[in-house]
Design a protein around this ligand. Structure first.
Ligand code: 13P
Ligand code: SF4
Length: 302
């Protein structure tokens, strides 16, 4: 912690001078999440915060699609990301041309895209969703069949919660696909831990979980259930960030880090504010259609 303090102080000073707000996803390291962020939460919370933001500069500590969503929902603001290379295996699993081909194969079926997609893919979609509202958005389409992309595991999980037929894509989160049912059983048997899993995990992992939900929903579940020990089957920083909120809970999760989320560091946040880089923009031929899909998601809510 002491090592981080000079960076934290410098960033918080610069942030005030720039009139900027720092938004950090739940998977950011604790020194970012607790030290410099003004807004924290799951991807839905960050999108809602961008739409409501009154600062003129947003520094998005998360991955590129989150910064694009912030720009789409706050088009008059300057949106900065500390590292432009912070990508996502789900977002890179599908292109706008793939979505058009799916539509051609399933005429009339609306397209619901997870926010973990590029703005170009969002622009081809009827609505976006996050893991916090995927079932609600799918059902809001009012159709018997919906094309749901790109996360095949999240899609399979949503399919267990609705009567709507889902056409799925084969995208995977490179962090969550690594968890195994064996790891979950180990946490339960060895530590007597409750198991909370993110819906991007494989189905056999989700089948072993006491609760499945978005990163924000995980915190809400811990508030309600108050387990003594918990295995959080999601990106490793999630447990680090929840530890201070739940000092009496023991976190025993296996640790998988997202290499994209971890590209964001205190030094590059400082450089981002100092040099006002890297600005995230969305091309004019894409932005209005992508914004419509995001706004449809926000209208559904959580
Ligand atoms: P949520 O915060 O929406 O649960 O998303 C998880 C995720 O993997 C974001 O990259
Ligand atoms: Fe993408 Fe998975 Fe990393 Fe989230 S955790 S940014 S879904 S690769």
């Amino acid at each position: 912690v002491l090592l981080h303090l000079p960076w934290i102080d410098a960033i918080n000073t610069l942030k005030r001078e720039r009139g900027a707000v720092i938004m950090a996803h739940s998977y950011q390291s604790p020194e970012i999440f607790h030290g410099v962020a003004d807004v924290t939460g799951d991807s839905l919370a960050l999108a809602q915060a961008a739409a409501d933001c009154d600062a003129h500069t947003i520094v998005l500590c998360g991955v590129h699609f989150m910064a694009e969503s912030a720009k789409l929902l706050a088009p008059d603001k300057t949106v900065l990301i500390p590292d432009l290379e912070a990508g996502c295996s789900l977002a890179s699993s599908i292109t706008a041309a793939d979505v058009r081909a799916l539509r051609a194969r399933h005429p009339g079926a609306p397209v619901v895209s997870y926010v973990n997609t590029s703005a170009a893919v969002k622009a081809e979609s009827d609505a976006c969703c996050t893991s916090a509202n995927a079932v609600q958005v799918v059902e809001a389409m009012g159709a018997d069949k919906v094309i749901f992309l790109p996360d095949g595991f999240l899609g399979a999980h949503v399919a267990t919660k609705t009567d709507v037929e889902l056409v799925l894509w084969h995208g995977q989160c490179e962090v969550h696909e690594k968890f195994t049912a064996q790891q979950v059983r180990h946490a339960r048997e060895r530590f007597d831990a409750a198991v909370v899993a993110h819906p991007e995990c494989p189905p056999d992992v989700l089948a072993e979980a006491d609760f499945v939900g978005s990163t924000s929903a995980m915190g809400q579940w811990l508030e309600r259930a108050r387990p003594l020990r918990v295995a959080l089957i999601t990106e490793c920083s999630m447990g680090d960030n929840l530890r201070t909120r739940f000092p009496h809970v023991q976190f025993v999760q296996p640790c998988n880090l997202c290499p994209h989320m971890k590209r964001i560091t205190l030094p590059n946040i400082h450089a981002c504010l100092r040099d006002l880089r890297h600005e995230v923009t969305v091309p004019d031929d894409v932005a209005p259609r992508a914004r419509r899909a995001l706004e449809r998601m926000l209208a559904v809510g959580r």
